[in-house]
Design a binder for this molecule. Structure first.
Ligand SMILES: [Zn+2]
Length: 286
C-alpha cells in the first residue's frame, strides 16, 4: 500500500502545483519544433540506447507525473487496490517482475490506458466501467505491461518523429545531474508520446505479448480480443474514444493481426478446453 499512498500523494502534489495541465491540454496541440536535423537523431539514438534501468525508472516517474497532472487518480481506494493487485499478479508472469510496477485508475470518463517507462500503468475510470469481466481488464493491463517490457517508449524516443523532444539532451541532463532541465524535457517528451502514440508495429507486438501474459496468469486469452471487438463498435468521433483511436491502429486491424497470431498457434477459441492430439495433428498435417 506504500506505493498507492505514494501515488496519491504525488497526484495531490501535482494537482496543487500544476493546475495548468488539469484538462489534458497537453494532448491538444502536439509540440512543434522538429528542427534539430539528422545529427540530433543520431545523437538521440546513441544516448537512448544506453538508458539503464535507473534512468528508465526516473524517466517513467516524470512521465507518470505528467499524466497525473492532466488527470488525477480516481478517489476510490478499492479500485486502486484492485487494479494494483491484478496488475502485480500479471507482472509476476513476465521477465521483469522486479520493476517498481505501479497501477492506477485515472479519474476520467474516457476509455484509455497508458504506460510509462519503468512500470507505471494507468487506466481510466471510463475504461474500467466498460470492462465486461476480469479477463478483459487483464488483457488491457497486459498490453500496457508489454509496452514497458519491450521498452517501446524508449524506442519511440529514438525515432525521427520524436527529434523535437531533444531526447539526447534529456538523457545527458540526467547523467550530469541537471534534474530541473531533465524534468522539463521529460515533460515535453511525455506530451509528445501520449498525443502521438507509438509505432503501429509496437502496438501489434504489445497485443500479442498481452495475450500470452494474460494466459500465463490464468485468464482467458480472448479477453483482449473481446475488448477490441467492443471498440470496433465505437465511433472514432466519440470524444471518449478519440484519443485511443488516434494513437492506435484500428481495432479491426488489431483483431486481424491477433487472429493470425492466435489461430496459427491455438486453433479456434477452445484451445485450453483441449482438442485431442490426434485432432491437432490432423490440423497441422493440412
Ligand atoms: Zn498500446
Amino acid at each position: 500500500m506504500r506505493t498507492l499512498k505514494k501515488l496519491l500523494i504525488a497526484s495531490l502534489a501535482i494537482s496543487c502545483c500544476l493546475p495548468v495541465y488539469a484538462q489534458f491540454d497537453f494532448l491538444k496541440g502536439v509540440g512543434g519544433g522538429l528542427g534539430k536535423g539528422v545529427d540530433a537523431a543520431k545523437n538521440l539514438f546513441e544516448q537512448t540506447k544506453d538508458i539503464d534501468e535507473p534512468k528508465e525508472i526516473a524517466l517513467g516517474q516524470e512521465f507518470a507525473a505528467t499524466l497525473l497532472g492532466a488527470k488525477p487518480l480516481w478517489n476510490d481506494v478499492a479500485a486502486q487496490k484492485y487494479v494494483n493487485a491484478l496488475g502485480r499478479w500479471l507482472t509476476l508472469q513476465t521477465e521483469r517482475p522486479d520493476l517498481p510496477w505501479t497501477f492506477g485508475v485515472l479519474d476520467d470518463d474516457g476509455f484509455n490506458a497508458f504506460a510509462t517507462p519503468g512500470g507505471n500503468i494507468f487506466v481510466t475510470r471510463g475504461l474500467l466501467a466498460r470492462m465486461h469481466n476480469e479477463s478483459e481488464l487483464a488483457g488491457v493491463l497486459s498490453h500496457e505491461i508489454a509496452h514497458v517490457l519491450r521498452k517501446h517508449y524508449l524506442t519511440a524516443m529514438k525515432s525521427k518523429a520524436f527529434i523535437g523532444i531533444g531526447g539526447d539532451l534529456l538523457i545527458s541532463n540526467y547523467a550530469k545531474g541537471n534534474f530541473s532541465e531533465f524534468k522539463e524535457m521529460a515533460l515535453k517528451a511525455a506530451r509528445e508520446m501520449y498525443s502521438k502514440g507509438l509505432d503501429k508495429g509496437d502496438e501489434y507486438e504489445a497485443d500479442r505479448i498481452a495475450v500470452v501474459i494474460a494466459a500465463r496468469a490464468g485468464y482467458d486469452p480472448y479477453g483482449l480480443p473481446a475488448v477490441l471487438q467492443t471498440l470496433q463498435s465505437q465511433s472514432a468521433q466519440d470524444s471518449n474514444f478519440s484519443l485511443l483511436f488516434s494513437t492506435h491502429p484500428s481495432p479491426n486491424d488489431r483483431i486481424d493481426s491477433l487472429d493470425k497470431a492466435m489461430r496459427s498457434r491455438f486453433g479456434s477459441g477452445n484451445w485450453i478446453a483441449g482438442k485431442t492430439i490426434e485432432e491437432r495433428l490432423k490440423e497441422f498435417s493440412r
